[in-house]
Design a protein around this ligand. Structure first.
Ligand code: PGD
Ligand code: PGD
Ligand code: 6MO
Length: 821
């Protein structure tokens, strides 16, 4: 049903033999100077590669890697992660659970009272609980939830370690999709034939040469390209610099369609098209209406490359469904853009070569499938799909998409699955009538409503009765919506295990907590530049694992040892033997096109550079011959109307894109009378989600009175007697939090932002408890996008706020557990 980032990279691996670019391009990064050589070590991160100076057993200094010409200042937060006061030092068990196990008082989960245990005791307890699930219940009772941003490093990718060890013990509930693009990756295969969100986009040099207009639709490139799925190179910033230059020379027009003035808009000094939040579909529909009425759309392109326009047009004209004609006047009242401006915008789109780039946040809202589908329909009507500098992309803000791929293979990872499918201790695959796989964001529903049947992407899912959860490499008490609803669910869980290096709220709400080490306390290697496949980077261990922490490899090898499978789990190999093997396999896969030195040379130098790839135009092959190069849709053509989706008979995702009112919306929409402010929880400028929030000094560069900032419109704030620097209580019927006011001219009235990933810090474990730091998911709602994707709708969220005048509570997030002696 979905393509994970992992399988994208597998694809890269598979395609490498066929798509080699140019001759072997081996370059080794400038070797460190003789003086540095003994002291500086190369390593990597989602924020980029770097060299670290290590002495006296401590990381003293970090400087960007020489290939990275645009390093992010997040590198300054790395030391603070390693030496954070939030580090998990020892295996810990929730005190009440320690005493009473599965009969524990689960309403006390989250009271943060823990007792220290030995590694052996902790692993025994973990193993005993896995055993109990398999023998007392069955595979349906266990969900090992790893969906998230494990640190970089292919060998230590922690989700793989957890998945392999747990699978060697028995079966468990699985998941599909992810929180980033759940709606997008589900709808787009029906429309354009691939997820689009994880697809390589047209190369920047082509766009810079050919595009006359670029539309950034909810797309904050400058903020979001700081981070990459693999070790990031930041090469896209070179092109953004050139784009800025072309805007200044009036060679390219760039328009950002966003309620907020983004970092990208500020940087590029480009144009802004304000839009009311969550109303992109009416704007798009009205532009389609204009193109249709003024006969500006590309009929020939539609005839040749698309299906279903005839079914869509009657909806546009108000002849079917809601019987409302989608005129600019109709849209204007919803989206807040003047009707004439909508018409002008539509004409601009077809006047010259236009590249649309869509970000992901507009599909993390209720009915998030619709803006994605409708944007594709608009691009189809424009007729520029497959042309250099034209068409539509859903990924240019992500992991250096648009930097040409070298076509080289990246290193593979530690295997997720048992080597022999039947060497599980427990072979029971009977899910007791429950589904074995669920849409990723519906796990809380499983706990709260086991047995409930839901629709998902054409299938009926029966939610399993999950009793035990294991989390590694993800932080659900950051990434999931509606904390107080989660508390109710956690009251029903018997056992929760977390493996992390830092004491997140997920650890606080767990029963068994195991200390992993950070990526800088282990040896590894990673692809340098995710989509560009620029090279392979060595990740040298900088310091030994702190306190009693261990690598995930060691932790799950210990677990496998408890059921006699350690040798099979490790294949009898050490960390360094694995790293060397992954490197050698990568060298073999690249043999025909890329020369790679032997492992020892690579490890010493720290980097193999594959150079640069060739420019490329997305969907050009389809445009050239739509039959030979058919899309992956059921018909092979662009599907404006999907028979398959139509046949599912869903209410909130029908046969063609449509406008659906949201359950909550600002600017006069539902719920805005009592909670008038739309809370957007965009991705952080100075963090990767919740990662780095524990980096104390770095965090203090942006916090307000020790709290997460809330960005506010001046008029809204003034109306409530609030000024920058004040503490603010933000609330709705779901929860309440404290945050620090930052008034910014970039925010329009009715809009506020708290960046996702702020650590949840409740005063206590009770439902409704005030969050003292400012996690926006204290306020968001946990509803699916629709019956199609069942994805997160985090950005459909209305709140109110007021100046906080009570006794100011301390922030409870960052000091780890309260240890019971
Ligand atoms: P991270 O903060 O990256 O968030 O959610 P995700 O859970 O991925 O959490 C990763 C956790 O894994 C951290 O606690 C980290 O310490 C731990 N970890 C990292 N590496 C390792 C390792 O090697 N070993 C072990 N054992 N642990 C490790 C991200 C998710 O949040 C995403 S991708 C999106 S797009 C969503 N975005 C939003 C949003 O826009 N708005 C809201 N309100 N909510 C969101 N949630 C989603
Ligand atoms: P956001 O920052 O949430 O980014 O990428 P995504 O594109 O989802 O939102 C982008 C823009 O959408 C914002 O400017 C916001 O105002 C706008 N927007 C929100 N709602 C609407 C709307 O209704 N209409 C319109 N027109 N605009 C709207 C997220 C991607 O970033 C993901 S999923 C991950 S996992 C990575 N995470 C990070 C990260 O945590 N930190 C950084 N620095 N970079 C990242 N890159 C990746
Ligand atoms: Mo994401």
């Amino acid at each position: 049903m979905s393509i994970s980032r992992r399988s994208f990279l597998k694809g890269l691996l598979a395609s490498s033999g066929a798509a080699l670019v140019g001759p072997g391009l081996l370059q080794v990064a400038h070797a460190a100077t003789a003086e540095e050589a003994g002291k500086w070590k190369v390593s990597g991160s989602h924020w980029g590669a770097f060299r670290a100076r290590v002495y006296a057993g401590k990381v003293q200094e970090i400087k960007p890697f020489n290939v990275d010409k645009y390093p992010t200042d997040m590198l300054n937060g790395i030391k603070g992660i390693i030496y954070s006061p939030s580090r998990i030092r020892y295996p810990m068990v929730r005190y009440e659970w320690y005493l009473n196990r599965d009969k524990s008082d689960t309403t006390k989960r989250g009271d943060n009272r823990f007792i220290r245990v030995t590694w052996d005791e902790a692993i025994t307890l973990f193993h005993d609980e896995l055993e109990r699930m398999q023998t007392q219940y069955g595979p349906w009772a266990l969900h090992a939830g790893s969906t998230g941003w494990r640190q970089t490093g292919q060998f230590h990718a922690c989700g793989n370690h957890m998945a392999r060890a747990i699978a060697m013990h028995g079966y468990s509930v699985n998941k599909v999709g992810d929180y980033s693009t759940g709606a997008g990756q589900t709808i787009m295969p029906y429309v354009l034939g691939t997820t689009e969100v994880y697809a390589q986009g047209s190369s920047w040099p082509v766009i810079l040469k050919e595009s006359k207009t670029i539309i950034l639709w909810a797309d904050d490139l400058v903020k979001n390209l700081q981070v990459g799925w693999n070790c990031e190179t930041h090469e896209s910033f070179e092109y953004l610099e050139q784009l800025k230059d072309k805007i200044a020379k009036k060679e390219i027009r760039v328009i950002s369609i966003d309620p907020v003035v983004t970092k990208t808009q500020d940087y590029l000094d480009c144009e802004h098209q304000y839009i009311n939040p969550q109303t992109d579909v009416p704007f798009m529909l009205a532009m389609a209406h204009t193109l249709y009425k003024e006969e500006l759309y590309d009929k020939k392109f539609i005839d040749t490359y698309a299906l279903g326009f005839e079914e869509f047009v009657p909806y546009l004209l108000g002849e079917t469904k809601d019987k409302v004609e989608k005129t600019p006047e109709w849209a204007s009242a919803i989206c807040g853009i003047k009707a004439d401006d909508i018409r002008e915008f539509a004409r601009l789109l077809v006047k010259q070569r236009t590249q649309i780039m869509v970000g992901w946040s507009i599909q993390r809202q209720q009915h998030g499938e619709q803006p994605y589908w409708m944007a594709a329909v608009l691009a189809t009507m424009m007729g520029q799909i497959g042309l250099p500098g034209g068409g539509i992309s859903y990924s240019h803000h992500y992991s250096s998409v648009g930097v040409s791929s070298t076509g080289a293979a990246g290193p593979g990872g530690f295997p997720r699955n048992p080597d022999k499918p039947d060497n599980r201790i427990h072979k029971n695959q009977d899910f007791n009538g429950y589904s074995s796989t669920i849409p990723v964001a519906r796990w809380v529903d499983c706990i709260l409503e086991p047995g409930k049947k839901i629709q998902a992407n054409g299938a009926t899912i029966t939610l399993p009765d999950v009793k035990m959860m294991v989390f590694s490499g993800c932080n659900p008490w950051h990434h999931h919506q509606d904390r107080n609803n989660m508390k109710k669910a956690f009251h029903k869980l018997e056992t929760v295990v977390s493996i992390d290096f830092t004491w997140t709220a997920t650890c606080r709400f767990s029963d068994i907590v195991l200390p992993a080490c950070t990526q800088w306390e282990r040896n590894d290697l990673d692809l340098y530049g995710s989509y560009s496949a620029r090279g392979v980077i060595a990740m040298h261990k900088l310091v030994d694992p702190l306190f009693q922490s261990k690598t995930d490899f060691e932790i799950f090898a210990l677990l496998a040892g408890k059921f006699g499978q350690q040798q099979d789990y490790t294949r009898g190999k050490t960390e360094m033997q694995w790293v060397e093997e992954l490197y050698n396999d990568c060298a073999t896969a690249n043999k025909a096109g890329f020369e790679m030195p032997d492992f020892n040379t690579f490890w010493k130098e720290g980097f193999v550079d594959f150079g640069k790839g060739e420019d490329w135009v997305r969907q050009a092959d389809f445009r050239e011959d739509p039959e030979i190069n058919a899309l992956g849709t059921p018909s092979g053509f662009i599907e404006i109307f999907s028979r398959k989706i139509d046949r599912y008979g869903y209410k909130e995702c029908q046969g063609h894109p449509m406008w659906f009112e949201k359950s909550e919306r600002s600017h006069g929409g539902p719920g805005s009378d009592k909670h008038p402010i739309w809370l957007q929880s965009c991705h952080p400028n100075k963090r990767l989600h919740s990662q780095m929030c524990d980096s104390q000094q770095f965090r203090e560069t942006y916090t307000v009175k020790g709290r997460e900032p809330i960005y506010l419109n001046a008029q809204d704030a003034q109306h409530r007697g609030i000024k920058s620097g004040d503490l603010v209580r933000v609330f709705n019927l779901r929860g309440q939090l404290l945050a620090g006011a930052v008034i910014s001219k970039n925010y329009p009235t009715g809009v506020a932002r708290i960046e996702e990933g702020a650590w949840y810090a409740p005063i206590d474990e009770s439902i409704g408890s005030l969050d003292t730091y400012g996690d926006p998911n204290t306020l968001t709602q946990d509803i699916p996008t629709s019956e199609l994707a069942q994805a997160t709708s985090a950005n459909t969220c209305q709140v109110e706020y007021e100046k906080f005048t009570g006794k100011v509570p301390a922030v409870t997030a960052f000091n780890g557990p309260n240890e019971v002696a």
